[in-house]
Design a protein around this ligand. Structure first.
Ligand code: DP6
Length: 391
């Protein structure tokens, strides 16, 4: 087969990656931990095709042709081909010598702090590995596309090891537990904005490494302890501890962003109102029921257990009403309607906010990682290797 189509998931870090020790190899300053989301609701989809007839590598992203002369993409392609050559008998005419056409799309907003580059590079590397018969760990290749992409190659709960080798060979992702380990875990993505973010993660973290004293303290004193503690919490399914560490790590990451000079402001007033709501919700519940985490953008990801979803969604809809009732406000896994007592709402002590601060909500769960789509109708490229749809 010289054509392969795959989908790959988004992952949401609970211990954040922020800061590189090597800009070229994309080696991080600290370990990070994430959950991989189901591909059912959010995914990148990529078709790759190789042919002796292709004259050059070509790339289409979300229906538009883009240059392949991008260092990160080149690093992934070169590394895949180098590994493919090691396996190939016929080194001259083998598939690793053929050019590739790559066509990729996301079914969720690109670069809005919703981990689209992670899903995109994970999907690209996973598909290319299938196409060029590359076996063994490929997370270290995806890492060279976008650091956090290495975590999207595994399902469930994943750890990206910072590693210590200069060549990056031990900076790879491993699975801590499969998605089936904690099947009650749910994620609600609260989309505050689906616009492209102002400061990319790459340049934001570069500035933090240069200027933030707090980042140094975080990396040396906080992350190692939190990493060990959250792994224990995941393994023992201790939601309280998991949620506590997740929120503290998100807050510290954004504190580092503010400690950066000039500061990187990713969260906005709506993000902070969400933080207030979750703390008020937890205290009205007498227990930590929900955790928030924010990446390099204003959108919130909430972790919670399945039985809590109907109540939380009902509260969110009251405090953050949609722009108009007609919009499909809740997307993803369907949620049963649940009436929440006025007493509980009163104990939250927050007035309903102006309509439309949240665009929509996506309800999803932890999933099993990248998948191959083998039906020909899934391919994004025609038999001639051109995109089926262009915009
Ligand atoms: C805030 O992986 O997008 O989402 O390696 O430069 O491509 P590059 O950065 P990227 O950074 C993600 C940062 C984060 C935290 C996380 O996912 O761990």
């Amino acid at each position: 087969m010289n054509i392969i189509t795959c989908v790959a998931p988004v992952n949401i870090a609970v211990i954040k990656y922020w800061g590189k020790r090597d800009e070229k190899l994309l080696l991080p300053l600290n370990d990070s931990i994430s959950a991989t989301l189901s591909v059912q609701q959010m995914h990148a989809k990529t078709t790759v095709m190789a042919s002796p007839g292709f004259k050059e590598d070509k790339l289409w992203l979300n229906g538009k042709e883009e240059t392949v002369h991008n260092q990160r993409l080149q690093n992934c392609l070169q590394e895949i081909r180098r590994r493919a050559k090691q396996n190939e008998d016929d080194k001259v005419n083998g598939v690793s010598n053929w050019y590739a056409h790559i066509c990729s799309e996301n079914n969720f907003p690109t670069a809005a702090g919703l981990a689209s580059s992670a899903a995109g590079y994970a999907c690209l590397v996973y598909a290319l590995a299938q196409l060029y018969n590359v076996t063994g760990d490929i997370s270290g290749i995806a890492r060279q596309g976008s650091g956090s992409a290495c975590r999207s190659l595994y399902g469930g709960f994943v750890r990206w090891h910072q590693g210590s080798a200069c060549d990056g060979s031990d900076s790879i992702a491993t699975q801590l537990a499969p998605h089936s380990h904690w099947p009650e875990m749910r994620i609600l993505v609260l989309v505050v904005s689906d616009k492209r973010k102002k400061v990319s993660s790459s340049s934001g973290m570069q500035n933090s490494v240069k200027t933030s004293e707090l980042l140094k303290y975080r990396v040396s004193h906080c992350v190692p302890k939190r990493t060990e503690a959250i792994i224990k919490a995941i393994i023992s399914k201790d939601f309280d501890t998991f949620a506590d560490i997740t929120m503290k790590d998100s807050n510290q990451f954004h504190a580092v962003c503010l400690d950066t000079f000039p500061p990187n402001v990713y969260m906005n007033d709506t993000s902070h109102a969400i933080v207030n709501l979750i703390h008020a919700y937890n205290s009205a519940s007498g227990k930590t029921k929900v955790a928030y985490t924010f990446d390099a953008g204003p959108n919130a990801c909430l972790y919670l257990l399945e039985h809590e979803v109907p109540k939380l969604v009902s509260v969110i809809c009251q405090i953050f009403p949609p722009e108009n009732e007609g919009v499909q406000y809740l997307q993803g896994i369907p949620v049963e309607k649940q009436a929440v007592s006025q007493e509980f709402i009163a104990s939250i002590g927050m007035e309903p906010q102006q309509r439309g601060l949240l665009k929509y909500l996506i309800h999803t769960e932890v999933g099993p990682g990248p998948q191959i789509l083998s039906e020909p109708h899934h391919h994004l490229l025609t038999e001639a290797g051109l995109p089926k749809v262009l915009v």
